[in-house]
Design a protein around this ligand. Structure first.
Ligand code: DLZ
Length: 162
């Protein structure tokens, strides 16, 4: 997925399945809103670019990244949701909170995915600085939200190939 320039959003969209009938839930943390909105916009637009219908993309806001797991579980349990994308940004160095939040969310989202048997995508940035976050939210290193959307589509393709 990544290139020599470390633009993380350089990826192949060849052979992606028809996603027009798939429904996606995108959970967005309100902390570091400038970053998470940019990530959300990237994910949303990438889903649209790959044939997903706007009415099949459902957004849920949560206060902070720590709440992503619970909200992802609520949405992933729904029969009408095929995949969940969790978007957040925890800036390391600002607080020791990041250790607890990042590990809890990473583990939590994995558990939600295994428990619901659906793709639950980790679209959480864990940079050292705000600038590093912006670089990965539509800046020089691409947009992690784009990647999260493509990852969701690719995981659904794999799931349906089984
Ligand atoms: C408390 C907190 C802190 C210090 N930092 C962040 C952050 O950088 N990014 C983020 O998404 N959320 C942060 N939070 C909020 C927690 O995720 C959570 O919302 C609160 O601890 C309440 O459970």
């Amino acid at each position: 997925m990544s290139s020599a320039k470390k633009n993380l959003s350089v990826f192949s969209t060849e052979n992606l399945p028809d996603s027009s009938q798939k429904r996606f839930a995108i959970m967005v943390a309100e902390w570091n809103e400038e970053v998470t909105e940019a990530l959300y916009n990237g994910a949303y637009q990438t889903l649209l670019d790959n044939g997903v219908m706007a009415e099949n993309i459902i957004r849920g806001n949560v206060p902070g990244s720590y709440e992503l797991t619970t909200a992802a579980y609520w949405f992933a349990q729904r029969d009408d949701i095929d995949a969940v994308i969790a978007i957040g940004c925890v800036i390391q160095g600002e607080t020791k909170h990041n250790d607890y939040i990042n590990h809890a969310v990473a583990q939590g989202l994995t558990n939600v995915s295994l428990k619901t048997n659906k793709p639950v995508i980790f679209g959480v940035l864990t940079p050292n600085t705000q600038q590093q976050a912006l670089d990965r939210a539509g800046g020089i290193h691409g947009n992690k939200g784009d990647e999260a959307a493509i990852t969701a589509i690719k995981m659904l393709k794999l799931f349906h190939s089984l």
